[in-house]
Design a protein around this ligand. Structure first.
Ligand SMILES: Cc1ncc(COP(=O)(O)O)c(C=O)c1O
Length: 400
């Protein structure tokens, strides 16, 4: 047995990936498991990037590229960011990595010194706090409740910032709530941030194109506060809007010193992202606006039908998501009940029974820092969500 580092001893497996593995294990035993855990579209990668990937292999575009990605792709990313939020970046101010997860990881590695704090609001994407800890930073968690629509308020932000604060990390539309920050909410946060120049803003825009109000893109902090540009990192990737989760392409644009440091870090760790995936991502960025529009339409239909299914369970409370593909379900009415003599104290207990007895995999809110909730992905067919809801109803009917 190897003696592991302190870092390894403190490391937690990504809870969503753990749940996916558990669901697969039950499937392998012959159970019909419905998985609503992972944040992954169930539709294929669009035709154009798929074909570009094949073309890359056929044309031998299969070698190392610059560590921060090809100039063509970085230019296309800059163009897309200009289209989406109106900010211009040069290729030097853009870096491409093996997924946005690694991009955020690398950014935190380059921003945090030991003990530095990164502000994160609850409920958060499961990986954020651990990523901060892996950078020797300290997650400074702000509790954001239902009355605040699970968003950081300017008052709470102001209170959380101190001399150790180095960054604010947030995602809009949010994984897990599907709610987004409005332009005026972002403006109010920017007013606080303006007073604290040592705070870098990491804007995780992974779901910015999957919005349901008929607009093209979610409101962005740099649209309402372009003066924060010199300390804002704009993060995005191919996984969600382009359904390219397995291609592992993410990117960031921002202050050149941070982007250069992230590129250097990457050059000494993962090396360049896949050349084949970069070729495919380039084609996606240039050609897939109509595909995104049709995916948004599909998600709106799924959201509507999912909401009407879930609202037939009186013990659940669900806010209508404004973007992304998650339902954030208030299950507090189920806590304190028993199932076959087992007391359900936490969201983890609830999700555990739902998986092991009714074969529906979901993410307990506690993994996102908020007890009393459950996250369901609706990047699955309407039929699948209907079947899952029927099983949840069955579970709840057996609560005492
Ligand atoms: C909020 C958020 N940020 C970033 C990512 C990272 O995506 P990827 O590493 O696939 O690019 C995800 C994926 O689930 C996410 O939900």
């Amino acid at each position: 047995m190897v003696q592991l580092s302190k870092r390894a001893q403190n490391l937690k497996t990504s809870p969503t990936l753990f749940l996916v593995a558990k669901a697969k294990e039950l499937s392998a035993k012959g159970h019909d498991v419905i998985s609503l855990t992972v944040g992954e579209p169930d539709w294929p990668t669009f035709e154009i990037p798929s074909m570009a990937g094949i073309e890359a292999i056929q044309k031998n575009i299969t070698k190392y590229t610059p560590a921060s990605g090809t100039v063509e792709l970085r230019n296309a990313i800059a163009e897309k960011i200009k289209f989406e939020i109106g900010q211009s970046y040069t290729a030097k101010a853009v870096t491409v990595g093996s997924g946005a997860k690694f991009i955020i990881f690398a950014a935190l590695q380059m921003i945090c010194s030991p003990g530095d704090e990164v502000i994160i609001g609850t409920p958060y994407w499961v990986s954020y706090p651990t990523m901060v800890e892996l950078a020797d930073g300290v997650p400074h968690i702000i509790e954001c409740g239902e009355s605040e629509h699970f968003k950081i308020t300017p008052e709470k932000l102001e209170k959380a910032i101190n001399s150790k604060t180095r960054a604010l990390l947030f995602c809009s539309p949010s994984n897990p709530t599907g709610l987004l920050y409005s332009a005026s909410e972002l403006k109010a946060l920017a007013e606080v941030l303006r007073k604290h120049p040592q705070v870098t803003v990491i804007s995780d825009d992974m779901y910015n194109r999957l919005v349901f109000d008929g607009t093209l893109v979610a409101p962005h902090i740099l649209q309402v506060a372009p003066d924060l540009r010199d300390r804002t990192l704009v993060v995005n990737g191919g996984s969600k809007a382009y359904s390219m989760t397995g291609w592992r392409i993410g990117w960031a644009a921002g202050p050149e010193n941070l982007i250069t440091a992230m590129g250097d870090y990457q050059s000494q760790s993962t090396g360049s992202p896949s050349s084949i995936s970069q070729h495919a991502a380039l084609a996606a960025l240039k050609n897939c606006e109509p595909d995104i529009a049709s995916v948004v339409k599909k998600l709106i239909a799924r959201k509507e039908s999912g909401l009407s299914e879930l609202s037939s369970i009186p013990q659940f409370k669900v806010a209508s998501p404004e973007g992304a593909f998650y339902f954030w379900v208030d299950i507090n009415a189920c806590l304190g009940k028993t199932y076959q003599d087992r007391l359900i104290r936490t969201s983890k207990d609830f999700c555990d029974i739902l998986l092991n007895h009714f074969y529906v995999a979901t993410v307990p809110g506690s993994e996102c820092g908020s007890e009393g909730f459950m996250r369901l992905s609706f990047a699955v067919s309407e039929e699948t969500l209907k079947r899952a809801t029927a099983r949840m109803k069955e579970f709840i009917s057996q609560l005492a």
